[in-house]
Design a protein around this ligand. Structure first.
Ligand code: HEC
Length: 164
């Protein structure tokens, strides 16, 4: 019986923390969201950089990790379009109280269709790259990786502040 009470209490606690969790999720921290986006973007850059080293043959002892990086790129690319809530894009970000720097451009809000297409391009390119890696044809892998890189650049050219 005592055991049952413990379980019941645990269930109540789980339920309540679950609720608190959703309340937290509902209120976005604008600075946190911008930082989160930049971290996720850097993770794409990290995996792409690792793939580049493997394809150049610099790290033969890690060649088997190619698929891991391709899979990560595909999975993360799927989330790109969730990373740009309106309140985190200038000028809205300022009104929403953002204090951290963002390289996201106003053009994201001005050309939402084009932005969405750029995101989908990368998603598709990442999917195709993973398929090529699974196919093990070196030329196809190199081509698919090149296309993936171009798709990232395509979005950055139009929607990210130019690096000084
Ligand atoms: C749909 C548009 C879009 C796509 C596609 C995209 N990016 Fe980005 N990326 C951005 C924007 C906008 C920023 C600036 C984010 C900010 O500063 O808030 C950015 C920032 C970055 C950064 C810098 C992060 C930092 O602040 O340190 C890296 C690295 C990056 N992207 C890598 C990639 C890679 C690699 C790909 C492709 C696999 C990719 N991105 C695809 C829009 C995109």
């Amino acid at each position: 019986m005592r055991r049952f009470h413990h379980l019941a209490a645990a269930a109540v606690v789980c339920f309540l923390t679950g609720l608190a969790g959703s309340a937290i999720a509902a209120e976005m921290n604008v600075d946190g969201m911008i930082k989160y986006r930049q971290n996720v973007m850097r993770s794409l850059g990290g995996h792409a950089g690792a793939v580049d080293r493997i394809l150049r043959g610099h790290v033969p002892q890690h060649a088997e990790q190619l698929e891991l990086h391709a899979r990560a790129l595909r999975e993360v690319a799927e989330t790109i379009l969730t990373l740009f809530p309106k309140d985190t894009i200038p000028p809205e970000a300022v009104f929403a109280g953002a204090t951290v720097e963002t390289d996201a451009l106003e053009s994201i809000l001005e050309k939402p269709d084009k932005f969405e297409m750029a995101g989908k391009d990368t998603q598709e390119a990442a999917q195709n790259f993973l398929k090529a890696v699974e196919g093990e044809d070196k030329k196809a892998i190199a081509e698919a990786f090149d296309k993936l890189g171009k798709s990232c650049k395509g979005c950055h050219d139009d929607f990210r502040k130019e690096k000084k």
